[in-house]
Ligand binder design. Sequence first.
Ligand SMILES: Nc1ncnc2c1ncn2[C@@H]1O[C@H](COP(=O)(O)OP(=O)(O)OP(=O)(O)O)[C@@H](O)[C@H]1O
Ligand SMILES: [Mg+2]
Length: 337
Amino acid sequence: MSTRAPAVEARQLIKTYPGGVTALNGMDLTVGAGTVFGLLGPNGAGKSTTVKILTTLARPDSGAAKVAGHDVLRHPDRVRRAIGVVAQKSGADPVATGRENLLLQGRLYGMRGAAVQRRADELLDRFDLADAGTRQVKGYSGGMQRRLDVALGLVHRPEVLFLDEPTTGLDPEARTAMWDEIARLAGDEGLTIVLTTHYLEEADRLAERIAIVDRGRIVVEGTPDELKGELRGDAVHMELRTDADRAAVTAALTGLPGVYEVLAEGRRVSVRAEDGAAAVPVLLGALDRAGATVAAATVARPSLDDVYMRYAGRRFSEAEAADAQQTPATVAAGGAR
Ligand SMILES: Nc1ncnc2c1ncn2[C@@H]1O[C@H](COP(=O)(O)OP(=O)(O)OP(=O)(O)O)[C@@H](O)[C@H]1O
Ligand SMILES: [Mg+2]
């Protein structure tokens, strides 16, 4: 464990947007210096709002936060000098070249002369953009643009880098390349990285610690292995032929030997079992006797989705679908930079 002071400490952040949406509802967060921390949550969970407050782009209604030792409300200028931000939506100027974008960003941070030129070239090299550096950004692929965004966040050598959904919208190949890049950044220079994502796999792979965010607060926090380790046994997911009576299904499965945590919703029934494979025939028999026919059954080792299910009471995909119905797409104007 590091003995350095935490890079980020947020206490009881509350933020309500005009119109009454409570984006943050008691957000608590501690990120150790030099670690990669993942804020994992479905659409609308409050990830970007958290990042905006920690990067001084928004003010909380109440609560307090320190980043790199500086209070975000009392010393926003100090915080800004200590951090790099890669917003959910790109902030690069599309009609400027990659190199021009980097030079401009460096100058905004007071870098001058040969030093800023050197830094721009170093970053173009590092992010595999050396050849593209003299081309306009609007001609870049999604992966190239995102790499430039990260480079822009690093120009002034920040202590803490915030990456808001660094890989959303990238194809799998570009996503894997970005993961390698982030892992490399984390390995160098003791940089602290706070990244938000709604990819379970991304959080699992990159983050030393993960906080699962749901409805504006952290529902659980720990290392990926700790979180998965909290779930005993296997998950058994079953799909019924027709919608079943929730109470009848729950009653039929509750109390079967080695079976616990029964969840029934529409056609989907999930349980946890000491030994998933051994439990399947027992579960099918019990459901059959309750008048429900199983169309498909799968056994899975615990995943972060299961952790989310346990703490948020719904599946990740369901949470995302629910938010999409409630929130007009135009509200997601997440890109302030
Ligand atoms: N400027 C705004 N005005 C009004 N409501 C907002 C604004 N920004 C965000 N919200 C709402 O606040 C809630 C949290 O939004 P936020 O952008 O922090 O979520 P998120 O976790 O980043 O989601 P996503 O994964 O979609 O980026 C959502 O319900 C969203 O619709
Ligand atoms: Mg967001």
